[in-house]
Design a binder for this molecule. Sequence first.
Ligand code: BGP
Length: 475
Amino acid sequence: MTFPVDFLWGGAIAANQAEGAYNEDGKGLSIADVLPVGHERFDNFELEIQDGVFYPSHHAVDFYHTYKEDIKMLADMGLQCFRTSIAWSRIFPNGDEETPNERALQFYDDLFNTLLLYNIEPIVTISHFETPLYLVKTYGGWKNRKLIEYYERYCKVIFERYKDKVKYWMTFNEINHAHTLPFLAAAILVEDSNNKLQDIYQASHNMFVASAKAVLCGHQINPNFKIGCMLSLSPVYAAECKPEDVFSSYELRRRSLFYSDVQLRGEYPRYFERIKKENNIHLEIGNDDLDIIRKGTCDYLGFSYYRSSLHEDGMKILGNTGGLLGKKNPYLNETKWGWPIDPLGLRYVCNELYDRYQKPLFIVENGLGTRDTIMEDGTIIDEERMKYLKDHVMMMKDSIEDGVEILGYTWWGPIDIVSAGTGEMEKRYGFIYVDKDNEGNGSLERKIKNSFYYYKQIIETNGQNLDYQKYIYTG
Ligand code: BGP
């Protein structure tokens, strides 16, 4: 058997993309709650809710109310672990309160209990693109080190509360997106800044300290906790063999790996000195910060992998989520949203990361976002999704045979949820269909897609039976 017996097969979502109930039971607004739908959602939003604007996170797929039935369906599929985030603005509506919101704590108690009832291991992202909005409006987001204190308080509360229910944690979702999606990943508005990189690196520094503090206090509360960092790590290939393209791709890659370098090695890499000098960056660093970062290294590296990108020296860089990135790769097919499909890239990344850190990896996001067609008889034969899944699982298997240590695999969006990049519902990842469209219409009814049975088979056979022919039989 290639996959270890304790390999965790699962699925992943985020609170803001699934729960809805944006103002129920005392929840405050989060940054996601002011983002409209559309490809320009990050260029086109206000920090206050506007009349007549549709906000997809407000009701999302109503997971806040349907989690019991949804988890039962996921359990039927055989899920062994389930990654979700805790919405920080449920626990601390503004983010800077002294006392947590008990109703919200109770909600996550019930959610984790439901998972445990089905023997599904919960995996929790502490902050997944949903910083309380008040922290942006009042403190300017993560570039203000006040947030370290508030995040630490939040972590202590949830660690204490769920210490016997949750073992796997991740401190910040796709922290390296501080560069490409600064509002989502670091809760900062950099458009009008006179030194954008100064703000991004200051926010990153503060998040590093916060993450390290979380690791230290988490291990104190429960020494069995496994606390990981989480990055978006789709690889960057040079567009040509021109040395300038190759070196520039390397630098772009390193701009991401900078985050895992700090969070896994516990210190700033030497190349950072030059970046600071050349960009006039002066970081505010507290007396104990570097010591805390050194001691609070993460236990594993969680990462998302969807695609690769092609880079040319001097090219404008866009983020993974949402925008189209890079040049077209003539060797790869693309999804309907223009993301190159590159299974071998996953093996490349797994090897690259394990060679660099020798720490366990956790593939906490991978998936295909596409449109689905419902047949007349109600079936959804999502062959493209099954193929994507098969090809990536095969590469994960090869990576394990290469000697890479992988803790598990959580497919992104096992049930359809709102897209982070565009706010669309119709960019679907799920094995379970949710009847809702981009404008918010629909009955929210859940329907099983054929890929549901296929993933169930993969889990049941621990990745041995990858044949999906019988699930594309149309009669
Ligand atoms: C990652 C995010 C997720 C997620 C996923 C897919 O960057 O961590 O929150 O949504 O990308 O992206 P999208 O939803 O834009 O298709």
